[in-house]
Design a protein around this ligand. Sequence first.
Ligand SMILES: *[C@@H]1O[C@H](CO)[C@@H](O)[C@H](O)[C@H]1NC(C)=O
Length: 333
Amino acid sequence: MNPSLLLAILCLGLASALPILDYRFDAKWQEWKLMYGKTYDMNEELYRRAIWEKNMKMIEIHNEEYKEGKHSFTLAMNDFGDMTKKEIRERMMGLKIPKKKKGMVFQERLTGDVPDYVDWRGRGYVTPVMNQGACNACWAFSAAGALEGQMFRKTGRLVALSKQNLVDCSQPQGNDGCSGGWMDHAFEYVYENGGLDSEAAYPYEDQEGPCRYRPEYSAATDTGTVYIPSSEEVLKRAVAIVGPISAAIDASHDSFNYYIGGIYDEPACSNTSVNHAVLVVGYGYERQQSQIRKYWLVKNSWGTNWGIRGYIKIARDENNYCGIASYASFPTV
Ligand SMILES: *[C@@H]1O[C@H](CO)[C@@H](O)[C@H](O)[C@H]1NC(C)=O
């Protein structure tokens, strides 16, 4: 082996496990690189291929087990394929959870019937899925999504709101741009700033920049935050009555990174330690084998190649799966 190649591998921390590549994946690897426009130098190629192959095998095994009825969701290779779990985590998550929930507590109509099935997308409340890219701005996407829904409810017009505006400008409220933030702080910024620009006027850049808010392009305002008490029953009511709701979940598992369909019920998902912000846009149930499984319909910000065209169904009424009801909130407008 070429000594410089060996050195590079050692530096990348693969010394104890020099990858033995499985040639059955050669064509797929070339295809995948082409599809996502990946190019590496020779040393990195080997390292990335080994990671990708490990992920590919994990996905194959999971999907085989799915066919045997061991899982209720399937996985697929995607853009994350050549990244380690740690790299994905560093890139895609970004929640700074405050010690105290600030805002009002949801207590509207806690009794009475709500529908068994809700999907706000069909009612004009939800903008298209975007990709947060390499910026840890999940909190901004979640907050903008909840505000877009409430603005639609108020005005009858659906306008995509600027995540970049939140990333660049809400530091005084406690957010940290591409290093993470919190939805409540974003709602607070919009209130204190007296507006939030539209996505069209202040488009997403996938990196932090100087604050360039222009009041003449503001498309939303809010008056405060309402917290949902940590209960799936109350969250269901809030989603049914109010519209799309911001939530935080544990998204730190490989199965989440490669999710493509079905009802997500990763056994390792924590219902207490959350690390990713999303938008709950509905809920429902479906038949799986002989069981009725209930789910939350959740919008993510990882593009439309991920999940069900950008969405995920997370198991509902199963002990607060992935912590979905622990930090749910929405802005009042
Ligand atoms: C978390 O799940 C466990 C069971 O797995 C359950 O006993 C507990 O009540 C849940 N915690 C919350 C906060 O919902």
